[in-house]
Design a protein around this ligand. Structure first.
Ligand SMILES: NC(=O)c1ccc[n+]([C@@H]2O[C@H](COP(=O)([O-])OP(=O)(O)OC[C@H]3O[C@@H](n4cnc5c(N)ncnc54)[C@H](O)[C@@H]3O)[C@@H](O)[C@H]2O)c1
Length: 142
C-alpha cells in the first residue's frame, strides 16, 4: 500500500515510520524545507525511544521517503493521513485552519477516489461544516 502522511512532526513521523515498518511504502510531506532536508539526509528530527533504529531500517530499505511536494505524494498514494497542527483557538476549540488548508489543496490534487457510501457521507458532512468547495471529487475526510 502506498501511504502519504502530511505533516511530519511528532505524530506524522512516528506514524509514517511505523506504517513503513509494516511493509507499506510511505511518503511523508512537510512544508518545513529544513526539516525535510534533514530527514532526507537520514537525521531523525524528534526524540522518540526506539524510533531511530526503525527509521534507519526503513529509509535504507526504501520504504520511507520525505518531500515538500504534496502533489508528488498524493499522486502515488492510496491513503493520505493529515498529521497537522490543530492549536487551540481563542475560545479553546481546535483551530482547523491547517487541516482545511491542506484539504483545499487535496481537492485540486486528488484525481481518483474509492470508498464506501458511508465514507462519502462523512465527506459531505464535513464539507457542510467547513469546506464546501474543497472536495469537488468527493474524497473522504474523517
Ligand atoms: N504530539 C502528540 O503527542 C499528539 C498527541 C495527540 C494528538 N496530537 C495531534 O496531532 C496533530 C499533530 O501534532 P504533532 O505533535 O505531530 O505536531 P507538530 O507540530 O510536531 O507537527 C506538525 C507538522 O506539520 C507541518 N505542517 C504545517 N503545515 C503544513 C502543511 N500545510 N503541509 C505540510 N506540513 C505542514 C509542520 O511543519 C510540522 O512539522 C495535532 O493535531 C495534535 O493536536 C498530537
Amino acid at each position: 500500500m502506498n501511504i502519504a502522511i502530511v505533516g511530519t512532526g511528532y505524530v506524522g513521523l512516528v506514524t509514517g515510520t511505523c506504517f513503513a515498518e509494516m511493509g507499506n511504502n510511505v511518503i511523508c510531506v512537510d512544508i518545513d524545507k529544513q526539516k525535510v532536508a534533514k530527514l532526507q539526509s537520514g537525521q531523525v528530527t524528534i526524540f522518540e525511544p526506539g524510533l531511530e533504529t526503525v527509521f534507519e531500517r526503513n529509509v535504507n530499505q526504501h520504504r520511507l521517503h520525505f518531500t515538500t511536494d504534496l502533489g508528488q505524494a498524493v499522486e502515488k498514494s492510496q491513503i493520505i493521513f493529515l498529521a497537522l497542527p490543530t492549536p487551540p483557538g481563542e475560545d479553546g476549540s481546535a483551530d482547523l485552519s491547517y487541516v482545511l488548508g491542506v484539504a483545499k489543496q487535496l481537492g485540486k490534487l486528488i484525481k481518483d477516489y474509492k470508498g464506501s457510501s458511508q465514507q462519502k457521507h462523512c465527506t459531505r458532512r464535513h464539507c457542510r461544516v467547513g469546506a464546501p468547495s474543497y472536495c469537488p471529487k468527493c474524497y473522504c475526510v474523517v
